[in-house]
Design a protein around this ligand. Structure first.
Ligand code: ADP
Length: 483
């Protein structure tokens, strides 16, 4: 079986969020399970700094974008057995400071950039000497790939074209553009309609993928249900409801090679479910590093997040503001994104310097220390397709306190769901009051070391490994190929 993964970010070379982690780990674990994996991903500036040894010169190509012909080059890297990564080099499009936007401003030519990238991916799928049986696309940046494949399947002679799987990592990002952008596809206007990329008068890249991929998946079972409802469907719930029998939810896994509590170069001390001294040392070092009083007995909560409405940090900070004066705990927030939320986080820390530390920015090394040094990890998302941090925090012994939605619902067990297998605390309403109530429960739990340790240990022993997840993907690929 040969699978081509098409992803606009791919850990460890490029990343803005969980998509990169998921695509990177899926590729590696599929390869380790014996699947031939090719990945196609842009050659961003941040990739150039980290790229493995590349075969140069690469494979040059030219792609039509409306009336222009744009040149590009594929560079391939063989990073481990069964895994080839095809980087798409096109300096004007990808040699930039960021991936999609700078500040809150999207790059104005994102349509050109990702039409080009999608056409390059289809070129690879079609002309690789060993063509893939499956093309597996991820999120809106690759939504046009199933459309281009479907077009070529029906209008040209393509012997054994691949089957397509489209995975939704986050339905809220759809890639909306004015309909005039359709010209970049170089497809006939008759292909722009309500069963392809036309959506409320706009050109919607994600919708093209949802309509034209042979099969769909998303990253948790609960989110697969949620997105067929108006509350979570982002205007696509009708379409997803109609395709419900072609849509499955497969939870993302954790790369325990990287998110590992022993002999991890990112952590100064090792620890495990039965040896927690190292965790206490990390906590003390973290408190000192962040300028908080070094109090190993004081419960430490943390949150690591893109600062967006989705993640619920607005009502998190509101809840903390209400709780901090009368309760003894510390909180560390790490995140960046919406400038108003960045300010709200910084202001929370300046109002409560003895109890709150804020780090505005993206800092992967600090993220590891935070998960390891915290007693609780708060994830108050309004919606959460899968979420990774709650699974990292489980392994790192930071009991997750989550809103019961999407992958958070599927990966955390509240004592009310099952007291014996409980791993965290859930709350339901996306409000400061509901979250504050959950924090109070966490504080009460911390007061009872035996109960706290029981839940913490359950979480540390939970297995969200990719080895298990890739089996589900392989089954899906096999079913797709035989249909
Ligand atoms: P999403 O993909 O919606 O941002 P996930 O929980 O699925 O959320 O994945 C987020 C990933 O990005 C995790 O690996 C998390 O640690 C990381 N991350 C997010 N924000 C930051 C930050 N400011 N600094 C370091 N890592 C971050």
């Amino acid at each position: 079986m040969h699978v081509l993964l098409v992803a606009s970010e791919f850990h460890p070379y490029s990343k803005t969020g969980g998509l990169a982690d998921a695509a990177g780990a899926l590729a590696r674990w599929l390869a380790r399970a014996g699947v031939q994996v090719s990945v196609v991903t842009p050659f961003y500036r941040m990739v150039q700094r980290k790229a493995p040894t590349l075969q140069r010169p690469g494979w040059r190509f030219a792609i039509p974008l409306e009336d222009s012909l744009v040149e590009g080059e594929f560079h391939v890297a063989h990073t481990e057995p069964n895994l080839r990564i095809w980087f798409v080099e096109q300096p004007e499009f990808f040699d930039r400071a960021e991936l999609y936007n700078e500040g809150i401003q999207d790059y104005p030519d994102n349509a050109e950039r990702f039409v080009f990238f999608s056409k390059a991916a289809v070129l690879l799928a079609r002309y690789l000497p060993d063509p893939p049986q499956i093309v597996h696309c991820h999120d809106w940046q690759t939504g046009l790939v199933p459309l281009f494949i479907q077009y070529q399947r029906t209008t040209t002679v393509w012997k054994n074209p691949p089957r397509t799987l489209f995975t939704i990592h986050n339905l809220a990002y759809q890639g909306w553009f004015p309909p005039s952008v359709w010209g970049l596809t170089n497809l006939p206007d008759s292909w722009f309609h309500l069963e392809s990329a036309s959506h409320f008068g706009r050109f919607n890249f994600l919708k093209a993928g949802l309509c034209l991929a042979d099969f769909l998946s998303t990253v948790s079972r609960t989110y697969a249900d949620e997105i067929t409802t108006p509350e979570f469907g982002c205007g696509l719930d009708g379409l997803l409801g109609r395709r419900r029998s072609d849509l499955v939810g497969i939870l993302n896994g954790v790369d325990y090679g990287e998110w590992n509590t022993s002999n991890n170069p990112a952590l100064a001390y090792s620890f495990g479910p039965d040896a927690l001294d190292g965790k206490t040392e990390i906590k003390k070092a973290l408190q000192s590093e962040l300028g908080l009083p070094v109090l190993p007995e004081c419960p430490l909560f943390s949150n690591i997040s893109r600062l967006t409405w989705q993640k619920g940090c607005d009502f998190l900070y509101e809840a903390l503001e209400a709780l901090l004066p009368d309760n003894s705990f510390q909180f560390v927030g790490l995140g960046n994104g919406d400038p108003d939320l960045e300010t709200a986080l910084s202001e929370l820390a300046s109002r409560h310097p003895e109890k709150v530390a804020a780090h505005v920015g993206f800092n992967a090394a600090l993220a590891q220390r935070l998960e390891a040094g915290s007693d609780f990890f708060i994830m108050p998302s309004r919606f959460e397709p899968c979420g990774l941090n709650q699974m990292y925090s489980l392994r790192y012994g930071a009991i997750p306190l989550v809103r019961a939605t999407g992958g958070l619902e599927d990966s955390v067990v509240d004592p009310r769901d099952d007291a014996n297998t409980a791993t965290g605390i859930k709350f339901h309403e996306p409000t400061a009051a509901a979250l504050a109530h959950a924090v109070r429960k966490a504080l009460a739990l911390y007061e009872n070391p035996e109960a706290y340790r029981f839940i913490q240990r359950n979480g540390m022993q939970a297995d969200f490994s990719w080895e298990r997840r890739v089996r589900e993907y392989i089954r899906l690929y096999e079913n797709l190929v035989v249909v």
